[in-house]
Design a protein around this ligand. Structure first.
Ligand code: AMP
Ligand code: ZN
Ligand code: FE
Ligand code: FE
Length: 293
């Protein structure tokens, strides 16, 4: 069983349509794929249909933009009711906040001599209502300013660079509760990745479990060194929570994140499905089921 629980399509900032992503998942030999676009469930219907046609398992999910003490933290939510109003409303605010700052980002880049227009950015975000920094990066690649997304982030878009304009994000504790209220399973994505390692200490993770009902953490992820993975796995075991592994695939948008590069152990996936069942029952919501052929 090859299970990849974190991938993106062009419904957020991946470069493949949902259909192409599902075909690539089958070609990569995956048995189960979760679609976890940023702050949207837009791709779930297409993903489920495509996966069923291809005979691979499909888990609907999303990756919620959170912030703790100003530091970006991502929360994966699986098998939840996307129409649960308090969550849906917050996700819409996140998406609008991300998109609304694009003119500010463009103006800041122009002011340091980088040629770019808002229209060039929008032309890169055809499949999504939520325009993010990766689309700005793609526009900078298209007009020849940089060679790839990485260079765009390193020079212009990463936190602290001229083109980084923060957007609204949820508190992780609140987002975990919203996912559970919506009948789903909350899992912290790449807790020791990029910047979130500063705030995702063992103590804070323990607090998210005890006070808010965090169900798991992503352990096997390309942002984690072998030593970090072992330390995080030990933390998950200590806390009695699920640990997952995944690619965080973005199509051509992220190198070294090929589908299936990391995967989730079947026993951990079974645990996740058990928590999903329990949280769904407790919520009273109508939640989508995993498709497992
Ligand atoms: P946004 O929500 O618009 O701020 O964009 C956040 C997304 O940009 C993340 O989900 C990543 O996919 C991507 N990203 C953030 N930092 C980097 C980086 N240093 N290099 C490449 N991609 C990044
Ligand atoms: Zn992304
Ligand atoms: Fe992420
Ligand atoms: Fe991601």
């Amino acid at each position: 069983m090859r299970i990849d629980l974190h991938t993106h399509s062009n419904r957020s900032d991946g470069t493949d349509t949902v259909d192409v992503l599902m075909r690539h998942a089958q070609q990569a030999g995956l048995d189960v794929i979760a679609l976890t676009d940023h702050d949207t469930a837009d791709g779930w219907v297409d993903g489920r249909r495509a996966a069923e046609e291809l005979g691979i398992g499909f888990v609907p999910g999303l990756e919620i933009s959170c912030k703790l003490n100003g530091i970006s933290v991502h929360l994966l939510g699986y098998l939840l009711d996307p129409t649960y109003a308090p969550l849906a409303k917050d996700l819409q605010v996140v998406r609008e906040g991300r998109t609304d700052r694009i003119p500010t980002i463009v103006a800041r880049l122009n002011s340091i001599g980088v040629p770019l227009t808002v229209d060039e950015v929008l032309a890169q975000a055809t499949g999504t209502p939520s325009v993010g920094r990766p689309h700005v990066a793609d526009a900078l690649v298209a007009n020849g300013t940089v060679a790839n997304r990485s260079e765009a982030f390193d020079r212009f878009l990463a936190d602290g660079r001229a083109g980084h304009v923060p957007h609204y994000a949820l508190e992780p504790g609140a987002a975990i509760e919203l996912v559970r209220e919506a009948g789903g399973v909350p899992v912290i994505a790449h807790p020791w990745g990029r910047s979130s390692y500063k705030v995702m200490t063992e103590e804070n993770l323990a607090g998210l479990v005890a006070d808010h009902g965090l169900a798991g953490i992503e352990v096997d992820h390309q942002d984690h060194s072998p030593a970090s993975r072992e330390a995080l796995r030990a933390i998950a075991r200590n806390l009695g929570i699920i640990y997952t592994g995944s690619s965080d695939h973005h199509g051509l948008g992220k190198i070294d994140h090929d589908l299936g590069v990391n995967s989730t152990e079947p026993e951990q996936f079974e645990r996740l499905l058990d928590v999903a069942k329990a949280n769904a029952a407790a919520s009273g919501s109508v939640v989508p089921e995993a498709y497992l052929p």
